[in-house]
Write a protein that binds this ligand. Structure first.
Ligand code: GLN
Length: 309
C-alpha cells in the first residue's frame, strides 16, 4: 500500500532541489549530435495517479526528446494490431548487453531479445510500418490521444540527426531483413523508428499518457480501453526485466518498478494500481540512463513505498 496523508508535491520539489545540488555526474548523449544541444542542467519530475491527479516539480513542463520511451507506445500499438503473433518475431528476455548491441541478433536468427532494446523496437517499427498505411501519423495520433493534446510534435533537427547518424540501427534492420524477420522496406522501417524516437514531450504529458499501464489498460479519467489487461501486464513485465537496459537488474533490486529510460534523459516508472512517475534530466550514466532521473525515482519510490515486490 502506498503511504497516505503525505504532501506529495512539496516532496517532489524537495527531490528536484536535492538532485540539482548533487555533484555533476554523467554525460549528455552526443552520438545523435542534435541531442547534445539540450541544456544539461534541466531537472523535471511528475507523478500522475490513476485517480487523475497530477503532481510535478522543476522542469516538468519543458519538452524533451522522448527517444526510447517511445518504445513503450510502439509496442502497445503493435500488440493491439497483430496480437500474439508478435511474439514469434520478438522475444521477452533481458539482453544482458547495451541497448544498441547487434551481436545477439546473428546468433538468434534475427529475432531480437525484447522490444525495448533498439533491435526490438526496430522490429516493432517494421510491424507498424507494414500494418498502417501511414504509421508515423498513426503513432503521433495515438500519443496525442493519450496525452489529450494535439500540441505534441516531432523535433525535425533530432529526426534529421538520427537519420544521419543511424548506421548502427540501419545495420540491425538489414541483419533482421536478411533473416526474413523484417518484412518491409528497410528505409521505411527506419523512417518510422527515427520518427517515433524524435517526438518531444514533457514529464507531465508522459506521466499522464501512460497511466493506462498502471490501471490494467484502462485510461483513468476517460475510461477508454487503451490495451487489454493482459497486455498491460505483459508490457509491465518486460519493462521490469528489460526497460532500464543493462541496469534493469539493479533498478529492480533498488527500486522495484517497471520502468523505461531514453537517451534524451527521460525515465518513466509504472506503479501498478497507483500511477506513473516521469523524471527527466539529460546527463546519462554509462548504461544510457539518466543519473538524476534514477536518483529522484529511487527517492520517491522509497519514500512512498512504491515497490511492486
Ligand atoms: N534513437 C535512439 C537510438 O536509436 C534511442 C536509444 C535510446 O533512447 N536508448 O539510438
Amino acid at each position: 500500500t502506498v503511504k497516505q496523508g503525505f504532501e506529495i508535491e512539496p516532496f517532489l520539489q524537495q527531490l528536484v532541489g536535492e538532485a540539482r545540488a548533487l555533484p555533476v555526474s554523467g554525460k549528455v548523449a552526443d552520438y545523435i549530435p542534435a541531442l547534445a544541444q539540450v541544456n544539461p542542467d534541466k531537472v523535471g519530475l511528475a507523478l500522475a495517479t490513476v485517480e487523475g491527479k497530477l503532481y510535478s516539480a522543476g522542469d516538468s513542463t519543458t519538452e524533451f526528446s522522448i527517444q526510447s520511451l517511445s518504445k513503450i507506445l510502439g509496442l502497445v500499438m503493435a500488440m493491439n494490431r497483430i496480437g500474439d503473433s508478435l511474439w514469434q518475431r520478438v522475444h521477452m528476455e533481458p539482453s544482458g548487453l547495451p541497448f544498441n548491441s547487434i551481436v545477439q541478433l546473428e546468433y538468434e536468427h534475427g529475432i531480437p531479445r525484447n522490444p525495448f532494446i533498439n533491435a526490438g523496437a526496430i522490429l516493432i517499427a517494421d510491424v507498424l510500418a507494414s500494418h498502417y498505411s501511414a504509421s508515423r501519423q498513426a503513432f503521433i495520433s495515438f500519443i496525442r490521444k493519450l496525452a489529450g493534446s494535439d500540441q505534441i510534435f516531432v523535433d525535425e533537427d533530432v529526426l534529421q540527426s538520427e537519420k544521419q547518424h543511424g548506421s548502427r540501427n540501419a545495420a540491425m534492420a538489414y541483419l533482421m531483413k536478411s533473416f526474413g524477420n523484417v518484412e518491409g522496406d528497410v528505409d521505411r522501417v527506419l523512417d518510422h523508428y527515427f520518427y517515433q524516437c524524435s517526438v518531444n514531450m514533457t514529464c507531465e504529458q508522459l506521466a499522464s499518457s501512460l497511466t493506462f499501464l498502471a490501471n490494467r489498460g484502462l485510461q483513468p479519467v476517460t475510461q477508454r480501453v487503451i490495451c487489454s489487461r493482459r497486455d498491460a501486464h505483459r508490457v509491465n513485465a518486460i519493462l521490469s526485466t528489460s526497460g532500464m537496459y543493462d541496469q534493469s537488474g539493479e533498478f529492480a533490486f533498488t527500486v522495484g518498478l517497471p520502468a523505461k529510460s531514453g537517451v534524451g534523459g527521460g525515465i518513466v516508472a509504472i506503479v501498478p494500481g497507483y500511477g506513473v512517475i516521469c523524471a527527466w534530466s539529460p546527463r546519462l550514466n554509462h548504461f544510457g540512463n539518466s543519473c538524476l532521473g534514477m536518483h529522484m525515482i529511487t527517492g520517491l519510490a522509497e519514500q512512498l513505498g512504491l515497490s511492486v515486490y
